[in-house]
Structure formats: structure tokens, C-alpha cells
Design a protein around this ligand. Structure first.
Ligand SMILES: Nc1nc2c(ncn2[C@@H]2O[C@H](COP(=O)(O)OP(=O)(O)OP(=O)(O)O)[C@@H](O)[C@H]2O)c(=O)[nH]1
Ligand SMILES: [Mg+2]
Length: 366
């Protein structure tokens, strides 16, 4: 296997980061989902990040030694790296260094089948790469090579970055066109009298499983994160005018640039009459709480918390006799972060349990 796929994962823990252990273990799952083999892991506690390297100098040496010892080809950092930090780490360690932003996009990329998803992923990459390339060209070549001035007063390294910027503009235009198409489609459906019910939630919560069970579709379901990237549509079974929409999953600490790159997908959520927020109730308290907190943050930022919501507590087949305590914990945690007492329907999308209750609740709310 390509040595690039052997990775050391690293995290800088500051007092600002709550539940770092849960986040670090989730990060390791994402790393594996992106196809890497983890050969070492390192964390450092610091009051605040170092502006040049994120980690302290000694820790950078430690990461380098560990990577050499274990034959790693990539360092994957939980924290989002500024361009200067990424470049300094790469130069000090002598290996490829990526952060969570790039890792999430790598997972997306493995699952991206359609053109729109691919364009949105590339756009999100460019948002990160343009400032990084600009800095890299300046630091690596700026001092040695004589920069040449062009008529407009630009340096010689500009054309490469300029090419990336042109590519970005082109993608933005194409995505804008897709967005317009999507807005027209949604309007048409609404004019035809369809009620739009959009399924949202953390990745792996069971959104597509529920979508399939409620519509009779057979869309791809898997334990891999971000299996679904582009939205899927189908009628709620037994109804004529309720359109169910399956969407991309959420994750913790998602960068707003990733969210805005995927704004065509967001449109399916913002235009919904009703949201079904799917939550995997079988997960332990700390994970459940972290995911509810992360999802609520995204819902608040995107204005989605204003919409009518039904919470679907999924995977009850895995819970059995602790269901009541799990539901109580869910109710309290939702109240703690979202400040609302949602209607909660407990189901299993896998064993088709209580789906009729859910359908009735949806129809009442529509
Ligand atoms: N036991 C059990 N497993 C479930 C249930 N619903 C979904 N799963 C499993 O959970 C995993 C994720 O299911 P998906 O339906 O792909 O989840 P998703 O929310 O669409 O995930 P993304 O598309 O990655 O965001 C799969 O392995 C499913 O088989 C359920 O009710 N019970
Ligand atoms: Mg899915």
C-alpha cells in the first residue's frame, strides 16, 4: 500500500474543547473511513495553540520521530490548521499534513458519485487550498526566485494561484446554476401541493434506512460515514402528496466553508415544511450528547431550528429494556441544547418498528 495511507493522528487539546476524547475517537473512525491505517496517535494539552505550528516545538519533534519509527506517510491533525501551520508542520516533519477539514472532504470524495457532489467537494477544497498555495509559493519560492512583476503589479507566482481562483469562480457559477435549478424544482413541487418532509441528522443515524422504510426505495445504506451525499426524493408510502427527502449527514465542528459549499443540499432543508431529525438512540450518553450539541449548532447557524421538527429516536432494536431511560436522556439533552420540547417518536428503521406511528405523526404535522 502507498505509504501515504499509513497515518499518525494528532490532536491539540485546549481548555475550549469539550469532550475531546469522544471527538478524538470519532476522528479516528473518520480517518479509517477515508482509507488510512492508523499507525500512531499523539495528543498534546496546551492553554492555546502555537500560531506557527499549532503544537509546541517539542511535540512536533515527537510527531516526527513517531512517524519515522512507524513508517507513516501522512500526519492527520484533528484541529483545523491555518495555512502557515500546515506549511510549517509539513516542512518540519517532511511529510504530508492534512487536517480535519481535508479529511472530511476525503471521506466525501470516496462516496461522491454525482457531478454536483464532486463540484461541491472541489469548491470546498479550493477554499482551503487557495490561501495555502499562495503562502507556499511565497515562502518556498518568494525569497529565492526573483519574483517578476507583471503589468498589474503582480508577482510571478500569481498565475498558479490565479488559475485556482479562476477554477473556483467557474465552480461557483456552475453550482449557482444547480442551485437555481433546485429552487425551481422545489417551487414546482410546492405549487403542485406537495408537502416537503426532509430527513436530517448526524451521519450514520439511519436517515437513509428510514427513508427506504418509509418510501419503499432501496438507496444505499452502510456503516460508513457520509454514505449519502446528494439528496434523494420519494413519496411517503400510502400518501399522495408528502415528499420525503433524504440528505447528507452532519458532523461535529463542521467548518462553515464546507457547509456553504454544499448549499444546494442545504436548500432541501431550508425549503422543507417539516424536518425529521433522526438520532441514533443506541449510542452511549457522551456520544449522544456530543452529536446533539453538534447538530443543534448547525441547525442554529443555518436557521433550521425555526422549522417544525419531529425527532425520530432510531435503532430502538439495539436498546431493548433501557429504552425509557434512553428516551428520558434524549428529551433532557434536546432541551438543554435546543431549548425546545420536541415531539419524539421512537422507531427502528431496520426492523420496521413503530413506523406507522411515525407516519401518523408526520401526517398530523403536515
Ligand atoms: N440496528 C439498527 N441499525 C440501523 C437502524 N437504522 C440504520 N441502521 C444501521 O446504521 C448504519 C447507518 O445507516 P444509514 O441508513 O446508512 O445511515 P445514514 O444516516 O443515512 O448515514 P449517512 O448517509 O452516512 O449520513 C447502517 O449500518 C444501518 O444498517 C436501526 O433501526 N437499527
Ligand atoms: Mg444516508
Amino acid at each position: 500500500m502507498d505509504p501515504e495511507y499509513y497515518a499518525v493522528v494528532a490532536m491539540l487539546v485546549t481548555p475550549k474543547i469539550a469532550d475531546w476524547k469522544v471527538k478524538f475517537s470519532e476522528f479516528k473512525e473518520l480517518t479509517k473511513a477515508a482509507g488510512y491505517i492508523i499507525v500512531g496517535e499523539i495528543s498534546q494539552f496546551r492553554q492555546s495553540p502555537s500560531s506557527a505550528f499549532l503544537f509546541g516545538k517539542g511535540k512536533v519533534e515527537e510527531i516526527k520521530r513517531l512517524a519515522e519509527e512507524r513508517g507513516a506517510g501522512t500526519i492527520i491533525v484533528w484541529n483545523e490548521l491555518k495555512s502557515i501551520q500546515k506549511l510549517n508542520l509539513e516542512r518540519s516533519i517532511g511529510l504530508r499534513v492534512i487536517d480535519r477539514y481535508e479529511l472530511v472532504l476525503e471521506v466525501f470524495q470516496r462516496n461522491a458519485g454525482d457531478k454536483l457532489s464532486k463540484m461541491q467537494i472541489e469548491l470546498a477544497y479550493l477554499e482551503k487550498l487557495i490561501p495555502y498555495f499562495k503562502l507556499r509559493e511565497r515562502v518556498l519560492h518568494g525569497s529565492k526566485d526573483k519574483p517578476f512583476f507583471k503589468a498589474g503589479g503582480e508577482y510571478g507566482w500569481v498565475p498558479k494561484v490565479a488559475w485556482l481562483r479562476r477554477r473556483r469562480s467557474k465552480l461557483l457559477k456552475e453550482i449557482e446554476a444547480e442551485l437555481n435549478k433546485k429552487v425551481t424544482e422545489i417551487k414546482k413541487r410546492k405549487d403542485l401541493g406537495f408537502k416537503i418532509v426532509t430527513i436530517i441528522g448526524y451521519y450514520n443515524a439511519g436517515k437513509t434506512s428510514l427513508f427506504n422504510a418509509l418510501t419503499g426505495e432501496n438507496k444505499l445504506v452502510s456503516p460508513q460515514p457520509f454514505t449519502t451525499l446528494s439528496s434523494k426524493y420519494s413519496r411517503l408510502r400510502g400518501t399522495g402528496n408528502v415528499l420525503l427527502v433524504d440528505t447528507i449527514g452532519f458532523a461535529s465542528d463542521l467548518n462553515p466553508k464546507i457547509i456553504s459549499s454544499f448549499r444546494v443540499n442545504l436548500e432541501d432543508m431550508t425549503e422543507a415544511h417539516l424536518l425529521l431529525w433522526v438520532i441514533d438512540i443506541s449510542e452511549e450518553d457522551s456520544i449522544l450528547e456530543m452529536k446533539i450539541k453538534a447538530t443543534t449548532e448547525i441547525l442554529k447557524k443555518t436557521g433550521l431550528l425555526e422549522k417544525p421538527v419531529i425527532v425520530v429516536a432510531n435503532k430502538i432494536d439495539l436498546v431493548k429494556n433501557t429504552l425509557n431511560t434512553r428516551l428520558e436522556f434524549l428529551k433532557n439533552t434536546l432541551y438543554k441544547y435546543a431549548g425546545t420540547e420536541y415531539k419524539i417518536v421512537a422507531v427502528s428503521a431496520k426492523t420496521n418498528t413503530h413506523l406507522e406511528d411515525l407516519i401518523n405523526t408526520i401526517l398530523e404535522a403536515c
